[in-house]
Design a protein around this ligand. Structure first.
Ligand code: HXC
Length: 259
């Protein structure tokens, strides 16, 4: 599949999706959302791909949804135009593989919201985050009002969304918006190192752990615990569980096969 607004490269089981509209700071238009959705579907079905890194490259992650495309839309048109973002974001969030975003420069508005759909965020020390939609007379419509408070708590999320303030990587780390901050030249190496660590584990265990966390965040504690209980039991039907426990008993490293 050929893409125009993103690039997809696969190396050693890790796919890297790079947003590729540098002339507009990787602003996200409908074509980007459609291509992100297609890439997420393809990578989800590709058994050779065990982990995904999402990045905007060395200079910028994404400066938000494309304001030029949005500016003249009416309410009916905006509902139609925002749908591809919802589809793409859900597909990325629900990929049954670990997804890491590697963020340099601006991650604003829809760009920040896109990073919230990934499992882990690694920031370069030059990264800047914010949901500046309020300054445009709108609100974060790419899941920001929902995913951000679930990640960092309602108080901090409200402060960011009500002010539109942009924060640096260290502040993002302090409030739990990102997992790690590294120097800009180490960003991709660090993302790959983390992806390799994740994909060296039992793929089904990781997939179910991700599902337990994602599903659990949508339901009450008891329902979440019941779901976890079932997934835990299900893993005892896998060869990876046998291998993992046998390897422990034999004092050797496990060799997981993802089945
Ligand atoms: C369209 C954008 C853009 C955007 C930047 N550009 N952000 N085009 N949509 N979101 C374009 C500029 O128009 C300009 O094109 C070029 O990229 C370089 O940007 P500059 O503004 O000249 O760069 P700089 O002075 O360095 O300022 C960087 C910036 C600023 C602080 C990131 O560009 C900015 O504030 N951008 C908008 C950020 C924002 O409000 N994002 C939220 C969008 S709403 P030209 O042709 O002039 O050279 C949103 C809703 C999500 O995301 C909805 C659900 C998905």
């Amino acid at each position: 599949m050929t893409y125009e607004t993103i690039r997809v490269e696969i190396e050693e089981g890790i796919a890297t999706i790079t947003l590729n509209r540098p002339e507009v700071l990787n602003a996200l238009n409908s074509q980007v959302f459609n291509e992100l959705a297609a890439a997420a579907k393809n990578l989800g079905e590709d058994e050779g791909v065990r982990g995904v890194i999402l990045t905007g490259g060395e200079k910028v992650f994404a400066a938000g949804a494309d304001i030029k495309q949005m500016a003249s839309l009416n309410a009916v048109e905006v509902v139609k135009s925002i749908r591809p973002s919802r589809i793409a974001f859900n597909l990325i969030e629900n990929l049954q593989k670990p997804v890491i975003s590697a963020i340099a420069g601006y991650a604003l508005g829809g760009g920040c919201e896109l990073s919230l759909t990934t499992d882990v965020r690694i920031a370069a020390d030059n990264a800047q985050f914010g949901l500046p939609e309020i300054k445009l007379g709108i609100l974060p419509g790419g899941g920001g009002t929902q995913r951000l408070p679930r990640l960092i708590g309602a108080g901090k999320a409200k402060e960011l969304i009500f002010s539109g303030d942009i924060i640096n990587a260290e502040e993002a780390l302090r409030i739990g918006l990102v997992n790690k901050v590294v120097s800009a030249d180490q960003l991709m190496a660090e993302a790959k190192k983390m992806a390799k660590k994740f994909i060296s584990k039992g793929a089904i265990a990781l997939q179910l752990a991700k599902s337990c966390i994602n599903e659990g965040l949508q339901v009450d504690l008891e329902t979440g615990l019941q779901y976890e209980h079932k997934c835990f039991a299900l893993l005892f039907a896998t060869e990876d569980q046998k291998e993992g426990m046998q390897a422990f008993l034999e004092k050797r490293k496990p060799n997981f096969q993802g089945r």
